[in-house]
Design a binder for this molecule. Structure first.
Ligand SMILES: NC(=O)C1=CN([C@@H]2O[C@H](COP(=O)(O)OP(=O)(O)OC[C@H]3O[C@@H](n4cnc5c(N)ncnc54)[C@H](O)[C@@H]3O)[C@@H](O)[C@H]2O)C=CC1
Ligand SMILES: O=C(O)CCC(=O)C(=O)O
Length: 528
């Protein structure tokens, strides 16, 4: 196996480099390269993995140029710098490292809150300048004030906990926060308008999505109490920056602490220099501890994926643990091949894919197996489909996917059964694993025992004497060498199936000759 190669294109802790190497992954550490898009575009095709923080923008054009890319690892939480739909379409798994920098970011939000209400940065600057402006920096207490937390996930919950420790009241708005969790955290669950009306200080902790973009819009800023403060250590796009400036200029807001900006790096900004604004350059996650955590985590996750097929913290693919990956591997191959078999025989509108996992395989993590079946079924019709995007592609096309499990697999240890429902017909194919090799055990209800080969002929015929001889002769005369010949029938004289492994691809000419043989109902060339 050639060593997979990873590019670290942002300033990750160098601990990551050692972890990649220790786990057998080659690594190029170029901490400034992510800022140079042209250079990134020119080198990215050499890499199997891309490890980033927030400076590298993994946009659709970068992903399109990354012909060998299998995984993007974000050493951090927010993945708004990665085009996830483009990565998914290209079969690139996108992982982040939740939790690793959450405490650090929450602490930054609390530090920003204190900086804001006690004007510490302004006082610091003035004192260093030898001015003793005691009366210029009158502040406010946070004790008994109301903190409005927008987004009460990992970071928001830590901020709430620290704020409660400071004897603040905490009101939280988060559509996914239930009453139980709110009670456990000691926060009051509220809708956004209630939060805006009650908060003395608002702190933002949501991801940047289409739903959260501009959540502090001009209209919502106007709903805040006069003299309120805003802290944003999440993403710049959450706040309307122009409206924020107007609200500060008009004295509606007392101040804002910003770690993040709509455009980054923010070299110039209408709010820079504003007396009510405390600004840091996206430092939320910048502590030695957090950077060590996320670098270790991303290097471990990416190495596990590249070396063992284990998937953790992926945003566009089901999880597979390092222990599961080797057990799943032969079943993933079987699942994809069964899907390919059915997909190559499907010409009319596909409506439904039903998969049944029976026996030992039913106790495994079947999500990646289902994705592999669906990818296999769709691949002959849609060149761009892959195991990462297959479930999304099926959904987009209105193809339903149903999965069932059964403990028992009759006389086998494990069986995967696949049923395809099209506008015109249903088709079934089933398989198992012998050793670690995928085998077909059933086609269209007919029992079989056949391996998969790169090139195969699949023919259905009437069970009549002489068929095998004429088929063998036709292939022989066409110079096609038969590797294996497998037959099955539903009963004497009834429908029969021939599955023939051949040494080279079958031409249309040969297929036409096979189709013209007596008793042949259909003949299709398959490749795996
Ligand atoms: N400044 C910095 O350096 C850092 C910034 N961040 C930012 O903080 C964000 C939050 O991180 P975590 O707490 O770890 O994520 P999380 O996923 O644990 O929490 C986000 C919360 O936002 C909530 N949410 C989603 N849509 C919402 C909406 N429309 N309204 C209200 N709440 C909504 C979710 O339900 C979830 O509970 C990240 O997405 C990232 O953008 C994270 C780390 C460092
Ligand atoms: O890597 C960084 O410094 C930024 C971290 C961040 O914004 C995130 O994890 O979402």
């Amino acid at each position: 196996m050639t060593m997979p190669k990873v590019l670290v294109s942002d300033a990750l802790s160098e601990t990551a480099v050692q972890i990649f190497r220790d786990r057998g992954v080659e690594v190029d550490f170029e901490p400034k390269l992510g800022k140079d898009k042209e250079k990134l575009l020119s080198v990215i095709d050499k890499y199997d993995g891309l490890a980033i923080r927030s400076a590298t923008k993994a946009t659709a054009d970068v992903i399109a140029a990354a012909k060998n890319l299998k995984v993007i690892g974000r050493a951090g939480i927010g993945v708004d710098n990665v085009d996830i739909p483009a990565a998914t379409a290209a079969g690139v798994v996108v992982m982040n490292t939740p939790y690793g920098n959450a405490i650090t970011t929450a602490e930054h939000a609390i530090a920003m809150m204190f900086s804001l209400v006690r004007k510490i940065p302004q006082a610091n600057k003035s004192t260093h300048q030898g001015k003793w402006e005691k009366s210029a920096f009158m502040g406010a207490e946070v004790f008994s004030k109301t903190l409005g937390v927008i987004g009460c996930g990992n970071i928001g919950a830590i901020v709430a906990d620290r704020a409660i420790g400071l004897k603040m009241r905490v009101v939280a708005f988060d559509p996914f926060l239930n009453e139980e969790r709110a009670l456990e955290l000691g926060v009051e669950k509220a809708d956004l308008d209630t939060l805006l009306a009650k908060a003395d200080i608002v702190t933002l902790h949501t991801p940047l999505t289409d739903q959260t973009r501009n959540i502090l819009s001009r209209e919502n800023i106007a709903k805040l109490k006069k003299g309120a403060y805003i802290v944003n250590c999440a993403r710049g796009g959450l706040v309307d920056e122009e409206a924020l400036k107007d609200a500060l200029d008009e004295g509606h807001l007392a101040g804002a602490a910003l770690d993040v900006y709509a455009t980054e790096p923010a070299i110039e900004h209408p709010l820079f220099g504003h007396p009510g604004v405390v600004a840091t350059p996206h430092l939320g996650a910048s502590t030695t501890e957090a950077q060590e955590n996320v670098a270790i985590q991303v290097a471990e996750q990416m190495s596990d994926y590249l070396m063992r097929g284990a998937v953790s913290n992926a945003l566009n693919s089901p999880s597979v643990t390092a222990e599961e990956a080797p057990r799943l591997k032969p079943f993933i191959a079987l699942a994809e091949k069964l899907g390919l078999f059915a997909g190559q025989l499907t010409q009319t509108g596909l409506k439904k894919i039903e998969i049944s996992f029976e026996g030992e395989v039913a106790s495994l993590n079947t999500k990646p197996l289902t994705a592999s079946v669906v990818a296999g079924v769709l691949k002959p019709m849609l060149a761009e489909v892959n195991v990462v995007n297959a479930p999304v592609v099926a959904k987009e096309r209105g193809i339903s996917v149903a999965e069932t499990s059964r403990d028992d697999a009759d006389s086998y240890d494990s069986v995967i059964r696949l049923k395809i429902v099209t506008e015109k017909q249903e088709r079934t194919v089933s398989g198992t694993i012998f050793g670690s090799t995928p085998r077909i055990i059933e086609i269209k209800g007919v029992e079989m025992e056949a391996g998969f080969a790169s090139h195969m002929l699949y023919a259905t015929n009437e069970d009549k004497p002489g068929f095998i001889g004429t088929l063998g002769q036709t292939l022989g005369e066409a110079g096609v060498n038969i590797a294996t010949f497998n037959l099955g029938r539903s009963g004497q004289g009834e429908g029969a199936i021939a599955l023939v492994a051949v040494d080279e691809p079958l031409t249309d000419d040969v297929l036409e000759k096979v189709r013209a043989l007596p008793h042949v109902k259909q003949a299709t060339a398959l490749s795996f």
